[in-house]
Design a protein. Structure first.
Ligand code: NAD
Ligand code: IPM
Ligand code: MN
Length: 355
């Protein structure tokens, strides 16, 4: 029987609190479905490691985690101690770029029983995927600061869109749309104001769409698109966006389903040349860290996505079903969803519901 080797990296803040619950549920689902998981735990990619070593990760981080079947990640960032761009570019963004995880796949789903902040919305009204470009775009290292500390000081940072980079994320998104009942794709743009890169993005969308005649597609400028997420979430099926737009949409979408605390993600290298990283969409939440009240569902659902990615569809689905059954009961929800369960109680409830 195949054994999957998983690298586990909890990171900072509530990453350390939600990961044990994710592992609890993964272990339960694996046992019930005859899947063999082996976990290797790593203590880097967090402030504690940086404090000791002066860097976020060991020099040989790629050798340490690059051969695993997948990486299960918590959250990173502790801005009181280390600037976010230093900790993030020293860890998570490195994984995404150096493991060529060019797809950031983020489902948005209103779960039964969970109140949406949008009046009158029920399950089924909000059920779409955000497909975020994850290796280039606005997140680029091209640019710099000139004439520092003088009146002439200025900074630039260029958006980079490569043809290969844009086409491969669009292809992934169109394929996903084609596989869904609604076969609908929305592209996030801003080609009215951002006059070089965004018209290029639109041009590539149009070219890719020709290869997927069964997919109905449309595009919105990012400003009105955010408004439409709130006013008409039922319009969306697959939403594809550049790195920054996808980032914004993948916090807004889950907020419309009650909380960002349940949102999962996969940073995926579809070719399988490198391991993919599965992590909740949320960050380390310093404002609630250490209190044991964080919602573990984002981490748990990310575990389910990881199993599905590994080909263990039934085990993955058993976790998503268990999440639905847990969230349907208010007393099992954490505070961000109006419940009073703590992190562990919620994680245990999901584990008990797995069948
Ligand atoms: P955040 O997602 O950590 O928190 C935003 C708000 O949502 C906070 O009020 C927090 O308490 C709440 N929240 C988040 N997750 C929750 C959960 N599971 N249960 C209940 N409430 C939850 O975003 P932020 O405050 O902008 O960033 C904090 C730190 O995390 C920064 O260092 C940031 O760079 C980092 N960050 C990391 C990731 C990541 O690792 N993928 C993602 C986002 C932010
Ligand atoms: C996310 C996060 C990261 C991003 C930050 C922490 C760099 O917000 O995973 O969505 O912008 O990608
Ligand atoms: Mn984000």
């Amino acid at each position: 029987k195949k054994q999957y080797r998983i690298a586990v990296i909890p990171g900072d803040g509530i990453g350390k609190e939600v990961m044990p619950e994710g592992l609890r549920v993964l272990e339960t689902a694996a046992k019930k479905h005859g899947v063999s998981l082996h976990f290797d735990h790593f203590d880097f990619s967090c402030w504690d490691y940086y404090e000791k070593h002066g860097q976020m990760m060991p020099d040989d981080w790629k050798e340490k985690i690059g051969k695993h079947d997948a990486i299960y990640f918590g959250a990173v960032g502790w801005p009181a101690k280390i600037p976010d761009h230093v900790s993030l570019w020293g860890s998570l963004i490195k994984f995404r770029r150096e493991f060529d995880q060019y797809v950031n796949l983020r489902p948005v789903r209103l779960m039964p029983g969970v109140p949406s902040p949008l009046a009158g919305r029920k399950p089924g009204d909000i059920d779409f995927w955000v497909v975020r470009e994850n290796t280039e775009g606005e997140y680029s290292s091209v640019g710099g600061r000139m004439f520092p500390e003088t009146d002439r000081e200025f900074v630039t940072q260029q958006t980079v869109m490569t043809r290969v980079g844009v086409d491969r994320i669009l292809k992934f998104a169109f394929e996903l749309a084609q596989s869904r009942p609604k076969k609908h794709l929305t592209s996030a743009t801003k080609s009215n104001g951002i006059s070089i890169t965004m018209p290029y993005w639109d041009e590539r969308v149009e070219a890719m769409a020709k290869k997927y005649p069964s997919v109905k597609w449309d595009k919105y400028h990012i400003d009105i698109l955010t408004a439409n997420f709130v006013l008409h979430p039922d319009w969306f099926d697959v939403v594809v966006g550049s790195n920054l737009f996808g980032d914004i949409l993948s916090d807004l979408g889950p907020a419309c389903t009650g909380t960002i605390g349940i949102a999962p993600s996969g940073n995926i290298n579809p070719e399988g040349n490198f391991p993919s990283v599965f992590e909740p969409v949320h960050g380390s939440a310093p404002d609630i860290a250490g209190q044991g009240i964080a919602n573990p569902i984002g981490a748990i659902w990310s575990g389910a996505m990881m199993l599905e990615h590994l080909g263990e569809k039934e085990a993955g689905k058993s976790i998503v079903d268990a999440i639905e059954r847990t969230l349907a009961e208010r007393t099992l929800r954490t505070r961000d969803l109006g419940g009073n369960a703590d992190t562990t109680a919620c994680g245990k409830a999901v584990a008990e519901m797995v069948d």
